[in-house]
Design a protein around this ligand. Sequence first.
Ligand code: SF4
Length: 315
Amino acid sequence: MKKPRPAPSPALRESLERLYRDFDYAARVDRDAIRFPMRYPDPRDREVVALLTAALAYGRVDLFGRALDGVLAQMQQPWAFVRDFDPRRDGARFRDFVYRFNRPRDIAAFCVAARDVLARHGTLEKCFVAGDPEPDGAIGPALDRFARAFLEADLRDVFPDGRLSRGYRHLFPLPSAGGPCKRLHLFLRWMVRREPPDFGLWTSLSPARLLIPVDTHVENMSRAIGLTRRRSRNWRMAEEVTARLAAIDPGDPVKYDFALCHKRMSGDCLDRRDPIVCAPCGLRLVCRHWRGARLRGAASAPRPRGAASPPRPGG
Ligand code: SF4
């Protein structure tokens, strides 16, 4: 039987709630990958663009964003473009696309797979739900089936020898492989969470089931404030951090993700003790980088009047 987790300290709860409440989301949205799907008011476009954006969201936003902008400019109306996509006719539109592991044929394969998924299910949400027989269960198996819908699509028009490119496989990591699957969790956060900056388009899933998208920034912050001690960034770390956050807000544990990630990404946290950068930080009370300073501060704090003196050695 699993040992019950200790309840979060009031200081951790209060610090995180304050961070979530006071964070300036508007100031950071333009530097976040969410800005790409946010441009599209039609939910059908938004869903397709969100999945493509999240799939490419490895590395810096400004770098993959440049490549993604070129793809979106070709699509114009992404949902209709994908619905009518013909790799022989339209594939060449992506000939200038290159981003790290990915090449034009990976984007063409994405369009073919998304076209067939949408033709079969109508929306990406319905595709997800079709592979989610336990609406209160863990998200992993359903997310695995969702990723497989793209990996097991008939892509012979793009990959005639039947072998997927490494770049295409990279777009859809499988939860069953044990990695953190940050990009898939990010996509779900955008789709499922009901509060800004997220879209809340997928109403058939509860935000309580989401796992936090752990990237290097969230990993650093999570260690700093004691949400995990794991060394490897993997699925179990995502589960562990989320479980700690769920002890604070079981209905919406990943609501802290955006603020935690951007605090570190923006340089408002250097992941080390810095008297200037840390001075305004509301997490200082729970930050491991200040633990020694807190203890020293407590030891040297003036005693209240009337308090007994500490015993002297040998006294
Ligand atoms: S106290 Fe400093 S190191 Fe700790 S979380 Fe805040 S900014 Fe980061």
